[in-house]
Design a protein around this ligand. Structure first.
Ligand code: AMP
Length: 410
């Protein structure tokens, strides 16, 4: 089915064409008609499914001409996402006189205040800075007609829900609300009951299915050899661009340093970096100046980085849903990609949780000719359980590393 059947305004139909989109994605097919007809929508779809256009196109279609008071508010958990969504709105609105701005912290107030003074139709914002500007009396939400809560589960994780509630209280009751979230934990359910009216659920694919086309494997390895294995993987794998996920900011710093030393062009993304550094890293990675992006989960959540050929989980994600989000970076719009996860003996519990969550067993593989210090016998066995042909597997700490092998005689 074509976009022309979706009751979009002429300007939006042209905008879509200019973007080179030929067919709507499944979430667009289902969400656009609902939003156009004025219903509240809960969208549950993976990143990379085209969800931004699924809310931006119908909302922009309804706005028609520029007016001085903001009528659309989109809340985003991170500055990068906010900037990305603002760009999408601007792209779609290029054949209109509608004005779009983005408000986030970490940068000066000047341009943001100036935009608000001039009068914007669409505001894309992170909650903290928006409340700041409301407090200063330069931003008013009393004319908002469309409210979008994007990546709601991540806003919850980041502790933004109280701010989000404060913001919603400033919007008129008589408005349309859309909420997008990969998972719907109880806190989000409560928010939905409070903030939405008779919402329609649009669920694309099983919420727990990793993106199609992604080949994912686990490399069991001793803790002491993780860095070596990562270096070796990067040397051997024929990648175009790769994101390496680390659990902590300091871990990401260390890995970025190590990879730079190995002459990789590395960009680093985490929340301790300045806004400028983050933008520089992202732009460089998108332009191909950097081939490796080392990132923490929060910093990289939902970012639309096209054509990532590989994702490497240097650390196993602690929350199963993060696994889906991380490997969602590859296989965007169904292109193929590879996702590698390095796993030490300590990670068994988290890997089991991920496998239960996605209802799939992730194959364990060994890197050929890698000088494993301890035998990895994970290929068929589950961690902590005997692989076929072995009597018992034990994971014992040996000189700072782990031994994955049959129980040793003491
Ligand atoms: P999103 O899930 O909103 O982050 O979108 C992921 C990527 O898909 C972005 O690069 C969009 O520009 C692109 N995209 C969204 N909708 C379509 C479509 N109908 N056809 C082709 N590409 C699309």
């Amino acid at each position: 089915m074509a976009f022309s059947k979706l009751s979009l305004s002429t300007a939006m139909a042209e905008g879509v064409k200019a973007m080179g989109y030929t067919e709507p994605t499944p979430i667009q097919l289902r969400a656009i008609p609902l939003i156009v007809s004025g219903l509240d929508v809960i969208g549950s779809a993976q990143t990379g499914t085209g969800k931004t256009a699924a809310f931006a196109l119908p909302i922009l279609s309804k706005l028609e001409r520029h007016q001085p008071q903001p009528r659309v508010l989109v809340l985003e958990p991170t500055r990068e996402l906010a900037a990305q969504v603002e760009t999408a709105f601007r792209d779609f609105a290029r054949f209109t006189d509608l004005r779009v701005t983005v408000l986030f912290g970490g940068v000066g107030y000047g341009r943001q205040r100036e935009d608000l003074r001039k009068g914007m139709d669409v505001i894309v914002a992170t909650p903290g800075r928006l409340l700041d500007l409301i407090g200063q009396g330069v931003c008013k939400l009393n004319q908002i007609q469309y409210l979008v809560l994007d990546e709601a589960d991540r806003m919850l994780d980041m502790g933004f829900l109280p701010d989000v509630r404060r913001i919603i209280e400033r919007c008129p009751r008589n408005r349309h609300t859309s909420l997008f979230s990969a998972t719907i934990p109880p806190e989000i359910e409560t928010l939905i009951k409070w903030a939405m009216r008779n919402p329609q659920l649009v669920e694309i694919g099983a919420r727990r299915t990793p993106a199609k086309g992604v080949k994912h494997v686990i490399y069991p390895v001793a803790d002491a050899q993780k860095k070596d294995l990562l270096t070796e993987l990067l040397n051997r794998v024929n990648y175009d661009s790769v994101i390496v996920f680390c659990r902590t900011k300091s871990g990401a710093d260390r890995i970025a340093h190590l990879l730079k030393r190995d002459n990789h062009a590395v960009a680093l993304l985490h929340s301790n970096r300045t806004q400028r550094e983050r933008e520089h890293a992202l732009r460089g990675f998108r332009d191909g100046r950097y081939e490796v992006l080392v990132a923490t989960d929060i910093a990289a959540r939902g970012l639309d980085i096209a054509a990532v050929s590989h994702v490497i989980n240097y650390d196993v994600p602690q929350h199963p849903e993060d696994y889906i989000h991380r490997i969602g970076r590859t296989g965007r719009m169904e292109a193929a990609g590879d996702a590698f996860t390095l796993m030490t003996a300590e990670d068994g519990r988290h890997v089991n949780a991920i496998e239960r969550f996605i209802s799939q067993k992730i194959p364990r593989v060994k890197l050929e000719n890698f000088n494993y210090r301890y035998t990895a016998l994970f290929e068929q066995g589950r961690p902590g359980q005997p692989a076929p042909g072995t009597r018992r597997i034990t994971a014992a700490r040996i000189r700072g590393g782990y031994y994955f092998g049959p129980a040793r005689r003491r």
